[in-house]
Structure formats: C-alpha cells, structure tokens
Design a protein around this ligand. Structure first.
Ligand SMILES: O=P(O)(O)OC[C@H]1O[C@H](OP(=O)(O)OP(=O)(O)O)[C@H](O)[C@@H]1O
Ligand SMILES: Nc1ncnc2[nH]cnc12
Length: 170
C-alpha cells in the first residue's frame, strides 16, 4: 500500500510555516490503519519487547494497537496533571512550542525492554523526552517506531544509538 497517499498535508497549521501531516485520513481508513500497524508489528516482533510506551495523544493511537498485537503492555506518557499516581517529569522543545511530559514513577520495571511508538518524528523533542523518562526509571529503550518521519527536521540526531523505524518519510 502507498501509505503516503493516506496522509493529508495542511500548510500553516497550527502556526505559519508548519507543513502539518494529518494522520486522521489514514486512521479513518480501516485497511490502511490495520496495514500500517502490521508494518510496525513486523519491525517490533524480533525485539523481545516487554512494553510499549506512547506519548499523548497521537502516540496512544499507534502504541496501543501495537502493544495489543504484540501481547505486551502499553504505558502512557502524558502531559502533566493527567496521571493520577506519583510521576516523574521532563521539559522538552518541539517544532512549534515547549512542553512537559510525565510518566508514572512505577510504570516501568527496571531493566525491561521498551519500544517507543508515536505517529510522527519531527524535531525529535518528544521522543528524546520520552527516552529521558524511560531512562529515569531504568528502562532499556530497544527501538522507536513511527508512522511518519520528517527527515528535514533531523529528529534522528536526538536518538543516537537508538534504533528507529518509520513507515513514511518526507
Ligand atoms: O518530534 P517532535 O518535534 O517532538 O514532534 C513530534 C510530536 O509532535 C506531535 O505531538 P503533539 O505534541 O503535537 O501532541 P498531540 O499528539 O497531543 O497532538 C506528534 O504526535 C509527536 O508526538
Ligand atoms: N509537521 C507536523 N505535522 C504533524 N504533527 C507534527 N508534530 C510536530 N510537527 C508536526
């Protein structure tokens, strides 16, 4: 399947100059969504993953079905004030703003093999912050999986020595 044809591109959203990749057009297409997740499952299947971590909100839409297909747990990374138990937090920069992310302090068993899933790799700020959270909890990041990678924003540079899979590149 040509997955790129399923992504809608919107110029100047949410701020001028941003070329927004809208995945809702892929998500509403059942066959495309299913096949896209299957591609991520293929990437993840030989990595002996113990759990998937996905950042809010679009990371949930990719990470949860991936975790379900692999038969492993899903761990949410959320914007502050959303998780009810004790959390750890990081501050990070992304393409069009600065933000904070948090994870439950007891979410990750020390030493466990974690795969990060999200819809899109842009500047890499979100995934780097997510790696930092996982490291604070002594988890081991064994890979990262994205539907989309914006090569021109060099997000890979934030992920030295971490394996990266992306289904669609721009
Ligand atoms: O590589 P980066 O520059 O960090 O950008 C990528 C991140 O930006 C988007 O999330 P956003 O923070 O907009 O949140 P949302 O999923 O709630 O829309 C996207 O879903 C990624 O998580
Ligand atoms: N260009 C972009 N399109 C969609 N989501 C994004 N998140 C960060 N940059 C983005």
């Amino acid at each position: 399947m040509d997955f790129k044809t399923k992504i809608r591109e919107i110029l100047d959203f949410p701020t001028p100059g941003v070329q927004f990749k809208d995945i809702t057009t892929l998500l509403k297409d059942g066959e495309a969504y299913h096949q896209a997740i299957d591609e991520l499952v293929k990437y993840a299947s030989d990595k002996k993953v113990d759990a998937i971590v996905g950042p809010e909100a679009r990371g949930f839409v990719i990470g949860a079905p991936l975790a379900y297909a692999l038969g492993v747990g899903f761990i949410p990374v959320r914007k502050p004030g959303k998780l009810p138990a004790e959390t750890v937090e990081v501050v990070y920069d992304l393409e069009y703003r600065q933000d904070r992310l948090s994870i439950h302090r007891d979410a990750i068993r020390p030493g466990s093999r974690i795969l990060i899933a999200d819809d899109l790799l842009a500047t890499g700020g979100t995934v780097k912050a997510t790696v930092d959270l996982i490291k604070q909890l002594n988890g081991q990041v064994v890979g990262t999986a994205f539907l989309i990678e914006l090569l021109y924003l060099n997000g890979r540079d934030q992920l030295e020595n971490i394996d990266i899979f992306s289904l669609i590149q721009y």
